[in-house]
Design a protein around this ligand. Sequence first.
Ligand SMILES: Cc1cc2nc3c(=O)[nH]c(=O)nc-3n(C[C@H](O)[C@H](O)[C@H](O)COP(=O)(O)OP(=O)(O)OC[C@H]3O[C@@H](n4cnc5c(N)ncnc54)[C@H](O)[C@@H]3O)c2cc1C
Length: 316
Amino acid sequence: MSDTIEKVKCLIIGSGPAGYTAAIYAARANMFPVLYQGQQPGGQLTTTNEVENFPGYPDGVTGPEMMIQLQEQAKRFGTDIRDGWVTKVDFSGEIHKVWVNDTIEIHAETVIISTGASAKYLGLPSEQKYLQLGGGVSACAVCDGFFYRNQEVVIVGAGDSACEEAHYLSNICKKVTMLVRSDQFRASRIMEERVRKTPNIEILMHTETEEVLGDGQVVTGVRAKNRTTGEAIEIPATGFFVAIGHKPNTDIFADYLDLDETGYIKNIPGTAKTNVAGVFVGGDAADHVYRQAITAAGTGCMAALDAERYLAAKHS
Ligand SMILES: Cc1cc2nc3c(=O)[nH]c(=O)nc-3n(C[C@H](O)[C@H](O)[C@H](O)COP(=O)(O)OP(=O)(O)OC[C@H]3O[C@@H](n4cnc5c(N)ncnc54)[C@H](O)[C@@H]3O)c2cc1C
């Protein structure tokens, strides 16, 4: 544990679009934000080469480039950007205690949580190979579906999000094959009905992915197996979408903040406020619905504005 305790007005946890946007607003409001980047400086977007839907980039931009620009913008107004991983918090008092790397102790008047979420993958070596190569594996239909327009894709999953994403892809792609591992959907009846009624979605129940096939650079198909009959099939596809859920990075806050059943932080609707005064949330850590860079940036902005108003009221 540290000998000295640092006191800050505004501590931002996470360096994705939500964290950097919060930092830009907080710094310009003289809140002298300190931002800890965590294990993935720049956040999820650093793992993609093509961002085409963030406004202001008519020719698109790579994820890493965009995140460097956001970082520079946050620095320009004086954000103190640091390496470090928040390992523990204590939100029981008026001053919020945060520990970094289990050693540094910080006391913050306001905390903005922007720790994001991580997509779950099947974990097959072939899936991970083409994911790393950027060769046709994705966990985000809204982000990447456009790259497969008029092509054939496979999607894995059985919940509401999987149905939503399959339906989204069916409007762009020639054919969508949906692989459902068990004999039933986990989605609501209405979402299941919607995919079942969509002519270019083929649903294969009781079917498990065995391997993502490719030419060494890009995906060319999927080998799957029917779990009842044992029959193996090969499905031609240029894209393989995984829609089996996300894990929000919120475990360390569970003792103090209200979380939903999957671990997303509950914000007070229409605000970035949590159930603890002075603790705010932006980005994917509280958003299981939209999960986009622009919505993360938007809610990061809300978090900084709410924090600024909280401080103004406290000190008035
Ligand atoms: C491959 C891929 C492609 C995508 N493409 C697009 C796209 O084209 N367009 C689009 O709009 N969206 C896209 N997305 C979604 C987008 O990346 C996310 O919606 C967005 O990054 C969420 O931002 P965030 O700031 O909430 O969190 P994240 O980007 O997830 O960042 C979380 C940050 O928190 C930090 N962190 C976590 N825990 C701690 C801790 N304990 N202490 C300190 N720091 C911590 C991490 O290091 C990281 O910096 C894509 C996502 C992926 C995975």
